[in-house]
Ligand binder design. Structure first.
Ligand code: MLT
Length: 267
């Protein structure tokens, strides 16, 4: 476990832990930190985590594994005095949320899986991750990642066409990532197991959310997760790509408020 986990926090209501996409940081959750606590802060206590190597959290020396990131989240909950939280992740953050559901199911009061998938990587996807990891380390630069991912496929076609400032914001975030963290996360994601069996055992309310134009984890991946989760709402956001929380924050937050209400009823 890492000793220093950097977190952005807002509000004092239902605990909601948000786990960012690759290769971003807690900065991607700006609109969720601003809006989800509500006017008086009582609707949610949002904790946006910097996963290892990203934002303000050090990478450390452990071998790559998403399980370590899930254990980091459990440790963070311990330190914050939170027994159970709604845990939400977008893409890589979703993989970590599923690892948490496998390793620490009793820490969940609700589950949000946004623009992510429960399947393991194909051999081809693993080989591609290793290509990127080796290249960024060899060049000591994340330029290749910026060139291959920004604006597409990270952003949807509508955002690329209509939201130029979002592209700038995204580019700055990706450029901030460290080559070591990028390589570590690629290798950690490559070795993750499939999680459909874990999702079938989730006993808390879940929200599966996906952008209609998501080219990385398309709606079919969301449908596969929703098909096995026992208590689930599936929401498809129109005119939105992979980074739904950034591309359409109002619609994203509206759907998350619905999950928070269901968790309240469930408790
Ligand atoms: C992400 O957005 O976190 C990545 O696209 C996830 C992945 O590479 O599988």
């Amino acid at each position: 476990m890492t000793d220093r986990i950097s977190v952005r926090e807002a509000g004092h209501g239902t605990p909601l832990v948000l786990l960012h996409a690759f290769p971003l940081s807690s900065r991607m959750w700006r609109e969720q930190l601003d809006e989800l606590p509500g006017a008086d802060g009582s609707e949610a206590r949002v904790l946006a985590v910097d996963l290892r190597g990203f934002g303000g959290t050090e990478l450390g020396d452990d071998e790559p594994s998403l399980d370590l990131l899930a254990d980091d989240v459990a440790l963070l909950l311990d330190r914050a005095g939170i027994e159970r939280a709604v845990v939400g992740g977008l893409s890589m953050g979703g993989y970590v949320a599923m690892a948490l559901a496998r390793r620490h199911p009793d820490r969940l009061s609700g589950l949000l899986l946004a623009d992510t998938k429960a399947s393991a990587d194909t051999e081809q996807a693993r080989a591609n991750r290793e290509r990127v990891a080796a290249a960024v380390l060899a060049r000591d630069s994340v330029r290749l990642l910026v060139d291959e991912q920004v604006p597409s496929p990270l952003l949807g076609a509508t955002s690329v066409r209509e939201r130029p400032r979002l592209e700038e914001r995204l580019r700055a975030m990706v450029e901030e990532a460290s080559p070591r963290a990028v390589a570590w996360a690629q290798r950690a994601m490559a070795s993750r197991p499939g999680s459909l069996d874990v999702l079938a055992g989730v006993r808390v309310p879940a929200l599966v959310l996906v952008g209609e134009e998501d080219a990385i984890t398309p709606p079919s991946d969301a449908e596969a997760m929703a098909a096995v989760l026992p208590d689930v709402v599936l929401t498809v956001l129109p005119a939105v790509g992979h980074l739904s929380a950034m591309e359409s924050p109002d619609a994203f937050n509206w759907a998350v408020r619905g999950l928070l209400a269901r968790v309240g009823d469930f408790d």
